[in-house]
Write a protein that binds this ligand. Structure first.
Ligand SMILES: NC(=O)c1ccc[n+]([C@@H]2O[C@H](COP(=O)([O-])OP(=O)(O)OC[C@H]3O[C@@H](n4cnc5c(N)ncnc54)[C@H](OP(=O)(O)O)[C@@H]3O)[C@@H](O)[C@H]2O)c1
Length: 347
């Protein structure tokens, strides 16, 4: 007879009861409870779903953001850590003040968390929220923090893009890709993007794409041709698998490649010989890790990007909206690769 699982094992594996619908989370100090999120779905990746800002309901709490706050993103997901105090500096004095003054009634926020978006009510730590600038709708806001902050970090913090450089965005038609295209163009780069669909690439011209390369043929040769054999200075690669090898193959001398995702779910066996011979670099980028290590920087970055979208400097591209009750259809649509940009779930 198999040994009875210990309490620790049961905790680790989870039980059937864990998978039953859970009651709405309680309102607690330091947490903001808001009506259901619309989340965007990323092909085959539930844990990449974001939730948008919505007006908070009721007036029971005045943006209770003072008490304890989590120190890391992992804590943010699990809830506030006992004894971890939120300093005004960590939160950002300006933001804290805005939140402190706002009443729940008029506070509109966007939240970032690893899970929990497929629900009508959600409790999130105040630290994981950003107050929406005037003029920015909840749906647009939902699409900003993760894709745009990751794209910005890829191009600037980790990619070091410079005006006049040539940047290749793999998966240019996805949420992250479209943000990269716009930010690379704004940085003064020549922007090349890849997709399986020529039609989708054509539509990206108005977002700043200079050249589209379809992945069905020989993308490496196509990129080399477009750069007169020189290659590109920077590649942002959220597609992974075999595409990552191609990303290394198109690098110019001293070129930088960033691996930032694996939308293809492919396995990568890399030949890295070209790195040393051309003083080239392959580097990883993960926003959540950066948020944990340098929270204040990422918080300010996201606030700034929300402002830029509100001003119309950067644009969110929403392909389709689905009601939350049709979440399955939303996922199927996202996985069909017909979407250009985001797919939203609306509660
Ligand atoms: N590291 C980080 O911090 C971070 C942050 C955000 C996102 N990500 C990752 O980045 C990746 C893309 O995110 P996203 O939000 O842009 O996703 P998305 O909106 O679903 O876009 C996926 C993109 O990948 C392309 N693609 C190529 N091969 C694919 C395949 N076999 N299956 C599905 N898509 C394929 C699609 O191009 P087509 O036009 O050819 O369909 C599309 O442009 C994901 O893996 C995500 O987890 C990482």
């Amino acid at each position: 007879m198999p040994a009875k699982p210990s309490r620790r094992d049961r905790r680790r594996r989870g039980t059937t009861a864990d998978r039953r619908p859970r009651p709405a989370p309680p309102i607690a100090p330091g947490r903001i409870v808001r009506p259901a999120p619309a989340g965007h779905v990323t092909a085959r990746q539930e844990d990449n779903i974001e939730t948008p800002a919505v007006a908070l309901e009721g007036e029971r709490e005045t943006a209770a953001v003072e008490p304890r706050a989590p120190r890391t993103r992992a804590d943010a997901i699990a809830g506030p850590r006992r004894g971890a105090t939120l300093s005004a500096r960590a939160l950002g004095a300006q933001r804290e003040e805005r939140i402190r003054r706002a009443t729940v009634k008029d506070l509109r926020v966007v939240a970032v968390a690893a899970s929990g978006s497929h629900a009508e009510l959600r409790s999130v730590p105040a630290r994981a929220t950003w107050v929406l600038p005037d003029g920015l709708g909840a749906e647009e806001a939902a699409c900003v923090p993760v894709p745009f902050a990751t794209a910005h970090d890829c191009l600037h913090e980790f990619g070091g893009v410079a005006p006049g450089e040539t940047v290749l965005i793999q998966g240019a038609t996805g949420g992250l890709g479209i943000a990269c295209v716009q930010l690379a163009k704004a940085a003064g780069a020549t922007v090349i993007g890849t997709s399986s669909s020529e039609e989708k690439l054509d539509r990206l011209q108005e977002y700043g794409l200079d050249h589209g390369v379809t992945t069905g043929g020989d993308p490496v040769s196509a990129v080399r041709e477009l750069t007169n054999g020189r290659g590109v200075d920077l590649v942002v690669d959220p597609v992974g698998g075999e595409t990552l090898q191609q990303s290394l193959q198109v690098l110019a001398y001293r070129g930088r490649a960033l691996t930032v995702g694996n939308a293809s779910r492919g396995e990568a066996t890399l030949d890295i010989s070209a790195l040393m011979s051309g003083n080239r670099t392959l580097r990883g980028v993960y926003l959540a890790a950066e948020q944990g290590a340098n929270f204040a920087r990422v918080e300010a970055l996201i606030a700034g990007l929300l402002e830029r979208v509100a001003r119309g400097e950067l644009r969110v591209l929403v392909d389709r909206r689905f009601p939350l009750s049709e979440a399955q259809a939303a996922h199927a649509y996202a996985e069909s690769r017909r979407a250009l940009g985001r797919v939203l779930l609306i509660p």
